[in-house]
Design a protein around this ligand. Structure first.
Ligand SMILES: *Cc1c(COP(=O)(O)O)cnc(C)c1O
Length: 298
């Protein structure tokens, strides 16, 4: 398998942040691929390698109806020669993300929210005893995912005083923390939870750490919960897009940059500090909320 991708590390000038004297950089994982976007590529990479080594033919995973992970799996499966199946939570629906998945040849199996909770049972019902199948956890979570996300840090050209990254399952954050720990970097790691009531998130991150390392987990930037948003956040995303040309999604990266702005305006960083936001991609998340932006232009 040959992996060619491009994720520049660029400085961004955005007055609400840079007016405090700090320099903001972004690791543009959103540019890796239009569909195998951002951290979803990072998290799939070693899963694909393991599946290929084990001569598996079909990748199977789980996700919601707007899952960036499922879309990335569909596109990556097609690119690297695997068949793909996804169990989608909830009754059968159609939306642009799922239509793209089908375009990449993915088979979708809709399961009720109740049945979805028992993933093992769903999986067994269709695939028990099928040794051509390679299972990837919901959201891509796991050791292989963390291994791929370490490479975000390996690729950097600068060192930073602080790094900020969004979290859902925490695998991306864990990979970054592992790299910082192994390289003995003094960079402060800040993880922004996209979830409300993320009591389990710290445990999920810690489960993937190769050795203990300090990091800070911010739980107050969920804007009402996972995939919830409000006018303030949408306005912030719109302003950022207008002033920098960089799009953020309302589920993860918009909330992360909002947290950075808050952090910087609270004076937690000395003037002259350099911070890096990992742009984890996932811009299709906007598709489920485009009509909410319309209200901004009235
Ligand atoms: C999935 C996703 C995340 C969360 O990554 P985890 O490794 O599950 O914590 C963050 N940002 C974007 C844009 C995503 O699509």
């Amino acid at each position: 398998m040959e992996f060619n991708f491009y994720s520049p590390e660029e400085e961004i000038n955005f007055a609400p942040i840079t007016s405090h004297g700090v320099r903001l950089f972004m690791k543009r994982d959103d540019l890796i691929h239009p569909f195998i976007s951002g951290n979803k590529w990072r998290k799939l990479k070693y899963n694909l390698i393991h599946a290929s080594v084990a001569q598996k033919k079909r990748l199977v995973s789980f996700g919601g109806a707007y899952s960036n992970h499922i879309l990335a799996l569909a596109a990556a499966g097609a690119k690297f020669g695997f068949k793909t199946t996804a169990f989608i939570r909830g009754e059968e629906v159609s939306n642009p993300v799922l239509e793209f998945c089908k375009l990449f040849g993915m088979r979708l199996i809709f399961v009720s929210r109740d049945a979805y909770r028992d993933k093992q049972n769903c999986f067994n019902h269709y695939f028990e005893g099928d040794d051509e199948v390679f299972f990837i956890d919901e959201g891509g979570y796991g050791q292989a995912a963390a291994q791929g996300c370490r490479e975000i840090i390996d690729e950097l050209n600068h060192t930073y005083d602080a790094i900020f990254c969004a979290a859902g399952t925490g695998a991306t954050a864990a990979g970054i923390i592992n790299a910082l720990a192994e390289k003995n970097l003094a960079t402060k790691m800040n993880v922004i939870s996209a979830l409300k009531g993320d009591g389990f998130l710290k445990a999920e991150i810690d489960r993937l750490l190769v050795k203990p390392h300090t990091y800070e987990l911010f739980s107050q930037y969920h804007f009402g919960g996972y995939a919830k948003t409000n006018a303030e956040l949408l306005q912030f995303i719109q302003r950022f897009a207008t002033e920098t040309g960089v799009l953020l999604d309302p589920v993860y990266t918009g909330k992360t940059l909002f947290a950075i702005q808050d952090y910087v305006s609270n004076g937690y960083l000395e003037p002259g500090s350099k911070i890096l936001m990992v742009h984890t991609g996932g811009l299709f998340g906007i598709l489920g909320m485009l009509d909410r932006f319309k209200d901004l232009y009235r």
